[in-house]
Design a protein around this ligand. Sequence first.
Ligand code: FEO
Length: 395
Amino acid sequence: MSLKLTDSVTWVGKIDWALEKFHGEEYSTFKGSSYNSYLVRDEKTVLIDTVYGPYGAEFVANLEREIDLSKIDYIIMNHCEVDHSGGLPELMRRIPDVPIYCSAQAVNILKGYYHADWNYKVVKSGDTLSLGEKTLSFVSAPMLHWPDSMFTYMDKENVLFSNDAFGHHFASDLMFNDLVGQDELMHECIKYYANILTPFNKLVTKKIKEIVAMELPLDFIFPSHGIMWRENPLQIVQKYLEWADDYQEDQITIIYDTMWNSTRDMAEAIASGIRQQNKDIAIKIYNVGQRDKNEVLMEIFRSKMVVAGCSTINKGILFHMAGMLEMIHGLSFKNKKGAAFGSYGWSGESVKMVADSLEKSGLEMVGDGLKVLWKPDSAAKEECEAYGRLLAESL
Ligand code: FEO
């Protein structure tokens, strides 16, 4: 499959309808994804990015139906993570001398992954490549989201090839943002931002301001995953600026892990207390042992406060809560409050461990945490409600 996107740009990527997990088991992709590769034809012909390795042979065969491979003058690798560079080995077996334009860091990554000495041409911000009528300009974007990341801008048709930035895991052969359901599109965009780009908020803001200051006309943003932005492409840029500004909505997310539902009962009683104090705030409650972690992290991203509860087991915390706390730590959320709770039967270390972890992750803790011995009775539930009121009051 290929699709003409503009007079000069043709999509030659792969829609991965069956993909359920990305980054190993790290990221859920309930709507599949795509690896977007673009063929740009002018006096010179350039291929921008490839696809994930398992689809390399299919990609090259498909590309060959679109163009005689010997007619490709340049390859540009905006980013070399394997979901974009995986098609290169197969392609370079066919056209081994074609120059690959990429960042200096990308050369190291490509050599590290593929152990090949291809014809690398290192580029950086401000460098250009003439295709004849149109000119490509490179914009370095290190740590958005890998050290090698860069964007490529094409004049005349005013296209930003942004690679992972402004992308999302969403398989659709409708291809353009104005043709797909807006709610499901934005759900996947914020999930992608929350789970992948949150640690780089400051760099996102800086890079967007740098690009805006260049005053480049922009009619299209073509990312490397998901659909292409052609209707009001600046809407996703505006969203990125909002999300990068330590984003929060009027929401509290309560997460818990539980053995015999006592900690769940506490979660629900705390939620009741929050509601007594605040009629309007959104409250989300998730059992982290059951819910998809990336969807939960997206809800945490949207929240003013995270209230985390866990039973104690073997003087520690339960498996799924441990994983969730590690991910909260890694994402470096800012401007959020935190609180801890949990039921216990013997030693009861979990509440302090959860509170310590949230505090180490940069959350501003409210209260000392709430512990309940065994199953909460009505007095303990009232205590939970009072704790909920206290948490809501702190916002
Ligand atoms: Fe889509 Fe960072 O790879």
